[in-house]
Write a protein that binds this ligand. Sequence first.
Ligand SMILES: Cc1cc2nc3c(=O)[nH]c(=O)nc-3n(C[C@H](O)[C@H](O)[C@H](O)COP(=O)(O)OP(=O)(O)OC[C@H]3O[C@@H](n4cnc5c(N)ncnc54)[C@H](O)[C@@H]3O)c2cc1C
Ligand code: FES
Length: 316
Amino acid sequence: MTDNGAGSTKGVYEAVVRSNKEIGQRFYRLGLEFSGAGGETFAEARPGQFAQLDLSGAPLPSAGAIPEGLADAARRGIILRRPFSFCDVVRKDRKTQVEILYCVVGPASLRMKGLSGGDRVSVIGPLGRSFSVAEKKRYALLVAGGMGAGPLLYLAKVLTGESSKMEVVVFAGARTREVLPFRRPLDEISRQLGFSLGEFAEYGVKSQVATDDGTAGYEGLVTDCFSEWLGEKNLPARDTIVYACGPEAMLAQVADIARDKNIDCEVSMERRMACGIGLCQSCAVECKVEGSNESVYKLCCEDGPVFDSKEVILSS
Ligand SMILES: Cc1cc2nc3c(=O)[nH]c(=O)nc-3n(C[C@H](O)[C@H](O)[C@H](O)COP(=O)(O)OP(=O)(O)OC[C@H]3O[C@@H](n4cnc5c(N)ncnc54)[C@H](O)[C@@H]3O)c2cc1C
Ligand code: FES
């Protein structure tokens, strides 16, 4: 496997907003451009790594554009930076364009929605450990819950890059069709058959969609969809790897499914983060100690956010 980004250069850089597009109910895609040293550093950003954005100075959207239920959030100030991972990174003309898929949930993401072309944002990154790119594996299975799709989209691009012979399949789940965080709405046929997410199809990656209410694809949990699919395919465990990003209960189930089949699995964890650089200890993740019943706490921001699923203690 390639190394996973730990120890790569990081710094504080200023990015210029190039785009900020609504792609669904409360879902947006922000395009940030880095030039100079920031451009060189972010060109090396790997799937699963993240950046800490300072959104304290970002403008609020107009009153009419503040979603219901977030009027209080609009009044709250922002002290801490917020972590976001990358759904794409492109190096062109000595500049690097980084894309972030985000959901508006509180004061910082609400201000993110207010950003427009030419605005400037202070960004610390790239931070943390990425997914490892398993060059010796033949099959990669990506399991995304809700916003977990962002970093897996970038991972899909890297895994299917030039000269790759890897077969990649993504399983994307959400409560309902409206909250699947993808650009193009599923057409009627895709909706019934539960495949073909345009963003993944661009990289030749097949998709399986699951919604809790059955409004798109498989009716039920994405983990059940994944487990059934895996049971039917009988892939060779040694040649297969699973990568997952989403709510912790989903990660726990994916880890169990992979363990039962003896398949390697990496999970991307989320914790509330204050510093993002290993100083404040606010992002503890309980991990097993090999060969004992003891556990230790590691830092999501530095030792993660991506962990081997056999290492972390996941709560379901
Ligand atoms: C490594 C990492 C990568 C992330 N990547 C993305 C991304 O690509 N796109 C995206 O939309 N979001 C991502 N997030 C989550 C994002 O950081 C939060 O949504 C953001 O901080 C919300 O800020 P806010 O001020 O808008 O809302 P807040 O008021 O800070 O949060 C609103 C609510 O969201 C929940 N929440 C916020 N952050 C977390 C968290 N870290 N863990 C669990 N629950 C949380 C809490 O329940 C909170 O009440 C990532 C988080 C981490 C740790
Ligand atoms: S966020 Fe401060 S140590 Fe991890």
